[in-house]
Design a protein around this ligand. Structure first.
Ligand code: CP
Length: 302
């Protein structure tokens, strides 16, 4: 019996996905959101492995909850106690799990540009749970889902993404999907956190302009990806690019505050704003479960 599975339903990124494909995932997530009290037997014969080669709280547990809600068998791979510590490569690790009959792999890796290579060497669908500064497709999908719930439609929204654009896979996945869905994306970032390669897709605006958007999406300063000298101090960053309580007062009344989390409170966003009425930060986390159920279901349609 061959254990080789189709991988046509992989989700490596959102760049290139049509508005129809994106809408179909969001619609299916809405279906699953209405069934949050059920655990289904449909996928009880399916094995899903969560392979996180980089730390995570939200994405890893949200995938695990989604898998369990779908009734699938969950295999959690722990890089720290695995043969990665003996020098086994990411590709050989994924091939090993594939050889055991895993149906879908959820994968987060540190290096940018490696995921495509991994995907080309295995035959099971892979779902990108964040690769370097390249893409974080399920984060952007849950962000879009949250915006659609709040505003009814994504088309016509202006979305400001503020902060460490250069190192942000969240910014990239949101940029591709939001543009495809008819939103206008603009960036605001210190010069050394701007990504020149993206400037043809989104203009850089001042903090004052950024605050006039329908969606103000703050990004975490990703110190773990910085070269030395990029970040001088938390106080200076907050002063120039933080969403302070005073700055939030300039926002439109209907506008929402988003953040993928984890949050550096009082650096990129002031502590009282995290749980404020216009903040969707914890709603985004909740929406991650039905969105990931939809993405896993799509991967299992093989
Ligand atoms: N937003 C996000 O990816 O969080 P984690 O790193 O905790 O998964």
């Amino acid at each position: 019996m061959s254990l080789v599975k189709s991988k046509s339903t992989s989700l490596l990124g959102l760049k290139g996905l049509s508005s129809e494909e994106l809408t179909s995932i969001l619609d299916r997530a809405a279906h699953w959101e209405n069934k949050q009290d059920e655990i289904l037997p449909t996928y009880q014969h399916k094995f899903i492995s969560n392979m996180f080669f980089e730390n995570s709280t939200r994405t890893r547990f949200s995938f695990e909850v989604a898998e369990k809600r779908l009734g699938a068998q969950v295999l959690n791979f722990d890089a720290a106690t695995s043969s990665v510590q003996k020098g086994e490569s990411i590709i050989d690790t994924v091939k090993t799990l594939e050889a055991m009959g895993v149906d879908v792999g959820i994968i987060r890796i540190k290096p940018t540009g490696v995921l495509q290579e991994v995907a080309s060497k295995v035959n099971i669908p892979l779902i990108n749970a964040g690769d370097g500064n390249h893409e974080h497709p399920t984060q952007a999908l849950l962000d879009l889902y949250t915006m659609r719930k709040r505003f009814g439609s994504i088309k016509g929204l202006t979305v400001s993404i503020i902060g460490d654009i250069l190192h942000s896979r969240v910014a990239r996945s949101n940029l591709w999907a939001l543009r495809e869905m008819g939103a206008k994306v603009q960036f605001c970032a210190p010069i050394n956190m701007q990504a020149p390669a993206l400037s043809e897709y989104a203009a850089y605006v001042s903090m004052e302009q950024a605050l006039q958007a329908d969606v103000v999406m703050m990004l975490r300063v990703q110190l773990e990806r910085h070269n030395t000298g990029m970040f001088t101090s938390s106080e200076q960053y907050r002063e120039h690019y933080g969403l302070t309580v005073e700055r939030a007062e300039q926002m439109q009344k209907h506008a929402i505050i988003m953040h993928p989390a984890p949050v550096n409170r009082d650096v990129e966003i002031d502590d009282p704003l995290v749980e404020s009425k216009n903040s969707t930060i914890f709603e985004q986390i909740s929406n991650g479960v039905p969105v990931r159920m939809a993405v896993i279901e799509r991967a299992l349609k093989i």
